[in-house]
Design a protein around this ligand. Structure first.
Ligand SMILES: Cc1cc2nc3c(=O)[nH]c(=O)nc-3n(C[C@H](O)[C@H](O)[C@H](O)COP(=O)(O)OP(=O)(O)OC[C@H]3O[C@@H](n4cnc5c(N)ncnc54)[C@H](O)[C@@H]3O)c2cc1C
Length: 587
């Protein structure tokens, strides 16, 4: 079969903030760029980001990038790579000013400068008083950023393939990635996009868990494509639980709500965070607050008939301030819970929110792989940026406001590296028909109909298993059971078919392939969690309650082929300043 082919300098898979920031940089440099997205670009999950983006602008309180760097290293529980963290924190003010000039309508102070709110894990002077570092456009920051970047890309003539599903990377015998095999969702037509460079920017994998704050499309497709191409996934055991998802439903109430003065109480009305984090209280790091809530609930001090949540109070704050700074959150709580945050507390519980792990990269966005157990090598022409990547600036726990920053800084950095690569590699590498057609099999499998296992049913079961066996608190026994349950689901996936209706919609085929991706990433997550025998950041092992820097200050790498785990050192050396050595982490 002769597949239709299109040729570009760069293929970007994903039109969230990471993909669009990279695309803009490339299009402005006159590269021919194709952006493929399975949803219309402005529906990417970046649009849902509420709270804001971190940069040490010092508009509200004194600040500098070095303090931001300290907070990020500490927040990561010392697992973050300090060269990448320094690079990101130094680049942050420029990233925000660029957005301002692109047209992002940031909230302002009286004096006209960009407003900055207080967020968790932020400090002045290396662990001192609370800082205010998060630049916000009310509580719709991601919306403002994504729409602005999309419009700038239209102006720069980026080529969009909207509602195209990327099925797999195309790889030649020598291991070079030559582009991807994609399907137009509306028509089912397939084609190959050939590219000299490919950037994976497919976002996170929150849909692995039953309750999460993510969009339905966050199914880890890019991570799974990387796994199938022989690339390991790094630090997948680190899954962020956001302390304040709406209980039982999962929608997010931004940390901005606590940043503006909100706080948590248990069934006794006690402001319990004072016990867990005497200094930072409700604005301690997310892993710390989520564990505190889970501990209150386990200790019988949860609220409601099921005692399964705590309450977030904002009713003591000025209601005009809430309407101005948190309008979308107030609306959302009104719509879904029929409660007005101005006078009634909201039920909240820890909810899966963010994937710290992902495709291993360096600070230029290049994908790095271990070479025969030897030193790391970059994969020429292959890049990853955003939540699907692990660069690693978030280590064991991401700070709020640092992900929007990550996608902007590393989207741009990857694009700049690609521009250099394209200058030296002017021709496409040849792609044989055989290589192009390999990924057809993946799609063809879903032409099969029958009364086998249902995709919906398996997806629900997977979410339940991950939540029950890979949650906030973990033990060897629970994780072992988790692995065997996920393995069982993977086996049952072999018998899955699309239902035997008169016609099969392409969306059903997409959902089936998304589930295959979720299964691969689920295995990576539970097996990595089982293997790390310490507690660090968001990975909390009740059987190994302490952090163990001697044995475990290292990144994990999961390989799909034999479901094995390997480890590599943390890059503890920053670029220009002294390293921050591991210390006990208190807030
Ligand atoms: C509710 C919520 C609130 C948040 N608030 C904040 C915040 O205030 N501050 C902060 O710093 N961070 C926040 N985050 C985190 C942050 O928004 C995300 O980590 C970040 O936006 C991810 O951007 P991205 O570009 O990597 O991916 P995304 O924005 O998730 O985009 C992924 C893209 O990949 C495409 N894609 C995926 N798979 C395929 C495929 N197979 N084929 C084709 N296209 C594909 C999708 O269509 C989409 O365009 C929040 C996250 C959530 C869920």
């Amino acid at each position: 079969m002769n597949l239709p082919r299109r040729k570009f300098d760069t293929l970007i898979i994903g039109a969230g903030g990471g993909g669009l920031r990279a695309a803009l940089q490339l299009s402005q440099a006159d590269a021919r760029v194709a952006v493929v997205s399975k949803v219309f670009p402005t529906r990417s999950h970046t649009v849902a980001a509420q709270g804001g983006v971190n940069a040490a602008l010092a508009n509200v309180l004194p600040d500098n990038w070095h303090w931001h760097m300290f907070d990020t290293v500490k927040g990561s529980d010392y697992l973050g790579d300090q060269d990448a963290i320094e690079y990101m924190c130094r680049a942050a003010p420029q990233a925000v000013y660029e957005l301002e000039h692109f047209g992002v309508p940031f909230s302002r102070q009286q004096d006209g400068r960009i407003y900055q709110r207080r967020f968790g894990g932020q400090s002045r002077d290396f662990g001192g008083e609370q800082a205010a570092r998060t630049c916000a456009a009310a509580d719709r920051t991601g919306h403002a950023i994504l729409h602005t970047l999309y419009q700038q890309n239209l102006r720069a003539k980026t080529h969009f393939f909207d509602e195209f599903f990327a099925i797999d990377l195309v790889r030649d015998r020598e291991g070079y990635i030559l582009g991807a095999f994609v399907m137009e969702i509306a028509t089912g037509e397939v084609m190959i996009i050939e590219a000299k460079t490919t950037l994976i920017a497919t976002g996170g994998v929150g849909q692995l868990f039953r309750t999460n704050t993510n969009a339905l499309i966050n199914t880890g497709d890019g991570m799974a494509m990387a796994l199938r191409a022989g690339i390991p996934l790094q630090d997948m055991e680190f899954v962020q639980f956001h302390p304040t998802g709406i209980a039982g439903k999962g929608m997010l109430i931004s940390e901005g709500a606590r940043g503006e003065g909100g706080f948590l109480v248990n069934c006794e009305g006690e402001r319990f965070m004072e016990r867990y984090a005497p200094q930072a209280k409700d604005l301690a790091s997310r892993d710390v607050v989520s564990r505190a809530i889970a501990t209150e609930i386990r200790g019988g001090r949860g609220c409601g008939p099921g005692k399964d949540h705590v309450l977030l109070r904002l009713d003591h704050l000025d209601s005009d301030m809430i309407r101005k700074r948190l309008p979308a959150i107030r609306d959302m709580v009104l719509t879904f819970l029929h409660l007005d945050l101005c006078d009634t507390p909201a039920p909240v519980a820890p909810t899966v929110h963010y994937t710290m792990g992902g495709i291993p990269t360096n600070r230029f966005g290049q994908v790095v792989v271990p070479e025969n157990q030897g030193p790391e090598e970059t994969m020429p022409g292959l890049y990853a940026a955003g939540e699907c990547a692990c660069v690693s600036v978030h280590g064991g726990n991401r700070l709020g406001g640092n992900s929007l920053l990550d996608i902007l800084v590393f989207g741009r950095a990857a694009a700049n590296h690609i521009i250099g690569y394209l200058a030296e590699n002017r021709y496409h590498r040849p792609m044989s028909d055989e290589e192009a057609e390999k990924s057809m099999a993946r799609l063809a499998r879903w032409d099969k109909r029958g009364e086998g296992e249902s995709i919906d049913g398996l997806r629900t079961e997977l979410g339940n298993v991950m939540e029950d066996y890979c949650g906030v608190f973990r033990t060897e026994e629970i994780l072992k059971e988790g692995i065997s349950r996920v393995e069982e689901l993977v086996r049952r996936m072999d018998d899955a078919t699309l239902k035997d209706h008169s016609r099969i919609f392409n969306t059903a085929r997409v959902e089936a392939m998304e589930l295959e991706n979720l299964m691969d990433v689920a295995l990576a997550t539970v097996i990595s969690a089982y293997s790390r025998k310490e507690s660090r950041g968001a990975h909390s092992r009740m059987d190994y309650p302490d952090r163990d820097d001697l044995h475990w200050l290292r990144h994990s790498l999961y390989f799909r082929e034999d479901r094995s785990i390997d480890y590599k050192p943390v890059r503890t050396k920053p670029l220009s300043v002294d390293a921050f050595p591991p210390k006990a982490r208190t807030y």
